[in-house]
Design a protein around this ligand. Structure first.
Ligand code: ADP
Ligand code: MG
Length: 393
């Protein structure tokens, strides 16, 4: 493998002996840079912890300076991702060919021996998770126009993956830490196409359920039904977070306020949505627009996947080119109900809510699961996660 790699880099050298199959893949990714491990080791100063900028389910991310001076985010995929070279390069080619202003650029990769490393453009202003939702650590002021720009940008990036890339890509992990900001606070979605790099037995999502459950559409979390509509649900939750300036789950709040989507739904029913808009905006925002954004978030998180709008429609709604019809907003899909964490009072409130869509097939499944213990519900969900990699998009 090292031989194959080195020869690919050194264009003048005599060709190595390797399979025609791998040859085909290597020649087809010529527009993607293949980095040597040595080069990336130098770029990151031997992967020194001082250069580590984050760690997620796929491995560690380092800031590094490449030979030509370009600053990059270098993601070392965890050791378990020993995907075959051919499979790895095939997926990389797919990702590397995708370019859009609202998607993080993949510069290239390193696939030397067992190393699987991705090299991305470095985004100066970190992720929404660390800035907007990261408490007081960030000095960035998220004004209403900035938030609007971020919401529209993320929606455009996702619409591109869903509707323009052929075959379309379901991101699978839309969340605040995968929305990175450049120096002008332009949002870029990271990690698209990444879940497919991992072999089917890997369960990184199940190990992170606690952290990301708030973004997971119930039909995906419970039954593994992975479609574009699951991404649209996650986008809806993210939209609510951006407008409200808080994370979707916050266990330090009083029980009735812990789950943002539930809270937004309750306030929508009461006609008091505006009370949820981030107070750090100091009332300096367009209230009609902010409430419209919250309603779009509710449309995206409806319990029935087919009722959720497509991302291109969402872009138009955010830009104000399509009206948002209040009467069309039906009950949200709430994973917390499956997990048995809601109180009886909440259930009674829910029964009173208008536009109920609990009679659909997803609803009957929910009733069945919420009557079981939370431990059972959790293990059921985890089993489903383990099999999602078998599904195509
Ligand atoms: N291209 C990038 N530019 C700047 N920072 C990045 C980049 N990619 C990732 N990061 C940082 O590294 C952290 C870890 O990323 P990742 O491994 O994808 O895990 P997660 O998305 O679950 O947080 C991110 O939260 C972000 O702060
Ligand atoms: Mg990420």
């Amino acid at each position: 493998m090292t031989c194959l790699y080195s020869c690919f880099k050194k264009k003048g050298a005599s060709p190595p002996r390797h399979t025609t199959e791998v040859d085909d893949v290597v020649s087809s990714i010529q527009n993607t840079t293949l980095y040597t491990y040595r080069e990336l080791r130098i770029a990151t100063e031997n992967f020194t912890p001082a250069n580590k900028i984050g760690e997620g389910g796929f491995g560690c991310v380092y800031k590094g300076s490449l030979k030509d001076g370009t600053v990059a985010a270098i993601k070392v995929l965890s050791a378990d991702s020993r995907q075959g070279l051919r499979e790895f390069l095939t997926e990389i080619k797919l990702i590397a060919d995708i370019e859009h202003d609202n998607l993080v650029k993949l510069y290239g990769c390193c696939a030397e021996e067992n190393h699987r490393i991705l090299v991305y453009g470095y985004l100066e202003n970190n992720s929404l998770a660390q800035t907007l939702l990261g408490g007081s650590h960030s000095s960035i002021q998220f004004s209403w126009p900035t938030r609007r720009k971020i919401c529209i940008g993320v929606a455009q990036g996702l619409a591109f993956l869903h509707e323009e890339v052929q075959p379309h890509i379901v991101h699978r992990d839309i969340k605040a830490s995968n929305i990175l900001l450049d120096r002008d606070l332009m949002p870029k979605i990271s990690d698209f196409g990444l879940a497919k790099l991992f072999p089917a037995h890997m369960t990184h999502i199940s190990t992170r359920v606690a952290g990301t459950a708030g973004y997971l559409a119930p039909e995906y979390a419970i039954r593994g039904q992975l479609t574009r509509k699951a991404d649209i649900y996650s986008f809806g939750v993210l939209l609510l977070e951006i407008v409200c300036g808080r994370a979707n789950t916050n266990r330090r709040l009083p029980p009735e306020e812990q789950y943002l989507l539930e809270r937004v739904w309750q306030m929508h029913v009461k006609g008091e949505l505006v009370s949820l808009v981030d107070t750090s905006l100091n009332e300096d925002y367009d209230a009609e627009e902010a409430c419209r954004y919250l309603k779009i978030g509710l449309l995206c998180t409806q319990n029935m996947p087919k009722l959720r709008p497509t991302m291109s429609t969402v872009v138009k709604m955010l830009r104000g080119e399509i009206d948002v019809n209040d009467d069309k907003i039906s009950t949200p899909g709430l994973l917390s109900e499956f997990m048995g964490v809601r109180s009886d009072k909440d259930h009674k409130d829910k029964a009173k809510v208008k536009n109920s869509s609990y009679t659909d097939s997803a609803g009957s499944s929910k009733l069945e699961i919420s009557s079981s213990s939370s431990a059972m519900a959790t293990s059921h969900a985890t089993m489903t996660f383990n099999s999602i990699y078998d599904r195509s998009n």
